[in-house]
Ligand binder design. Structure first.
Ligand code: TEU
Length: 562
């Protein structure tokens, strides 16, 4: 891995294939749809695309339940469609990362089908976690673990054995002590590396290895008893991803093995770990010269709209970074969380940021969008690599009034509707304002309904319109590239000549020749008279004396004075 490796300062755009663009007309996005819209991404100015799963799958968890790791689901197209996508992306100078889902398979994976057909204690069951139950008749689950999606993490078969699933019952966990499991995934990596992918986003990267003996977890006991969970007191991201089923030391051996596989290929192929691990010093253990190249920085996503929290998370991110000698990453939205345009419009944007919102509070759409744009400009001004989620460049909010009959997230069903689920951030993208389904599909069909008020967010309603969210993103990405901000350095600023005193609500730093100022407070900040604006999250105005002012909930990029 060279110092100039592409991923160090890359802006990587997450495509959620079922909701990006539909070429076939069935209302579900597909790979030819993605290929047909790659120009949008090249034009936006991102460096790479990460594709969420498009593999053969019964879609019990929108493709995060893989039945065949080496094939494309007919919903999304064919392997030839994938190759065409890759060729076109590379032709446009875009890298392509694909999703790897190693913690669990689909229940329709051939291994699990063989396990179901085999007897308790048979070798076919040894690739998963099958156990007898507890209690006199074995009718109690083998331990007290709960599924991340709600309910017990165990399901019983008619023959009396139980199997483990940290997510849905249709997502049985693999046993990573089994040598065939390890060999199989190294082979899957090679399959996609040979086709030319530039890297992998590793799903539940802190999973896979479980504590020996699968011990009960005190955190679950307290949750069941309704008390404050003992082990989660200092949890920042609220992901619930803690206990003996996550972040075990043994998982690092898997990354070292994968790192060796990637190293056999040219072109700085990369692994990004989706590890909901805290604190950041613990997350840093995944980002090593001989392990993953990157890990998502969810602490940044969880910081909320609070200058002190943002400063301290940013600071901590770089401390971690110094220790491992690799760049950090930034992320504000993905397919599991409430989009930041909606999160920042809630009274508490830090409440359950990892998506399965329990609240029925309706966000303030305008405030949310204003803050989201300001947060994005803060993020894109920071050194490191940034991840964008499809639609955030349009300022898309969540669909917050989706009717229950449309919901598909297993988390909704496993909690009896208590958790509202993640469908609201997965609504098909609006491409053109005047068409049915906003141009998502040639037939107008969309697998989830789009809110009626979405025309304003459509790509064609924003392209070329100065000040639109799309053009604000485009301009910021252009400047970020031109000024090499991704590979720059961070220097906090306490003051700026000619400007108002910052006060605690201003996040201010210099990166190379750019000064980034985010005003998270409610006071106007007067900027220097000669300030040269390189970019702003909203159009700036002047006060009576003719000075530029930075209003509340706004970020500006200025040319640094020598
Ligand atoms: O999510 C991993 C995860 O650990 C969860 O915390 C997830 O963020 C949470 O359920 C949402 O609130 C990954 C994928 O990103 C997610 O889409 C999948 O459902 C999950 O793994 C299982 O594969």
């Amino acid at each position: 891995t060279s110092d100039a490796a592409w991923w160090r300062d890359a802006v990587i755009y997450q495509v959620y294939p079922r909701s990006f663009a539909d070429a076939s007309g069935d209302g579900i996005g597909d790979l030819p749809g993605v290929t047909s819209r790659l120009d949008h991404l090249a034009d936006l100015g991102v460096d790479a695309v990460w594709l969420s799963p498009f593999y053969r799958s019964p879609q019990a968890d929108a493709g995060y339940d893989v039945a065949d790791y080496r094939d494309v689901d007919p919903l999304f197209g064919t392997l030839a469609d994938f190759d065409a996508l890759l060729t076109r992306a590379h032709g446009l100078g875009l890298r392509v990362m694909v999703d790897l889902v190693p913690n669990h398979t689909s229940d329709e994976h051939v291994w699990f089908q063989q396990a179901l057909a085999a007897a308790p204690g048979s070798p076919e069951r040894a690739r998963y976690h099958f156990r007898p139950g507890r209690g006199a008749d074995g009718s109690e689950p083998p331990n007290n673990w709960q599924s991340i999606f709600g309910g017990p993490a165990w399901t019983r078969l008619p023959d009396g054995e139980w199997y483990l699933h940290l997510f849905d019952s249709r997502q049985p966990d693999l046993d990573w002590d089994h040598p065939e499991v390890r060999a199989e995934f190294e082979d899957v990596l090679r399959f996609w590396l040979d086709r030319g992918v530039d890297g992998f986003r590793v799903d539940v990267a802190h999973g896979m290895v479980k504590a020996p003996g699968l011990p009960d977890w005190a955190g679950h006991v307290s949750m069941i008893e309704g008390a404050e969970p003992v082990d989660r007191a200092d949890e920042v991201t609220g992901s619930g991803n803690q206990g003996p089923m996550f972040d075990q030391d043994g998982v690092h051996e898997i990354y070292r093995a994968w790192n060796r596989v990637l190293a056999q290929y040219d072109g700085d192929r990369a692994l990004v770990a989706e590890a909901w691990v805290e604190p950041l010093s613990r997350l840093a253990r995944y980002v090593r010269a001989d392990e993953a190249q990157q890990a998502f920085n969810f602490a940044f996503l969880a910081a909320g709209w609070d200058a002190a929290a943002i400063r301290s998370v940013v600071e901590a991110s770089y401390t971690v970074n110094d220790a491992v000698g690799a760049p950090t990453t930034w992320v504000l939205s993905n397919h599991d969380v409430v989009r930041h345009a909606s999160r920042f419009g809630l009274s508490d944007p830090t409440a359950r940021p990892n998506g399965i919102a329990r609240t029925d509070e309706q966000p303030d759409v305008e405030l949310g969008l204003r803050r989201a744009r300001a947060a994005t400009l803060l993020m894109l001004g920071l050194p490191g690599s940034a991840y964008l989620y499809q639609g955030e460049e349009l300022g898309l909010p969540d669909h917050t009034s989706l009717e229950d009959e449309y919901r598909q997230d297993p988390a909704f069903f496993r909690t009896g509707g208590l958790e509202r689920g993640r469908d609201g951030c997965r609504v098909p993208l609006p491409w053109s304002a005047g068409e049915p389904g906003h141009g998502f599909s040639p037939t107008g069909v969309t697998w989830l309904p789009q809110p009626a008020a979405w025309a304003r967010y459509a790509v064609d309603a924003q392209r070329g319109i100065p000040g639109s969210t799309l053009e604000t993103y485009r301009a910021a990405l252009r400047t970020r590239r031109a000024e090499a901000l991704g590979s720059g350095g961070l220097e906090w600023l306490a003051e700026l000549d000619g400007a108002d005193a910052f006060g605690p609500d201003v996040v201010a730093f210099r990166n190379r020749d750019v000064v980034v100022l985010g005003n998270l407070g409610d006071r106007l900040l007067v900027l220097p008279a000669d300030a040269a604006v390189l970019g702003a999250s909203v159009e700036l105005e002047r006060d009576a004396a003719g000075a530029l002012v930075l209003p509340a909930d706004t970020t500006v990029w200025l040319r640094a004075q020598a």
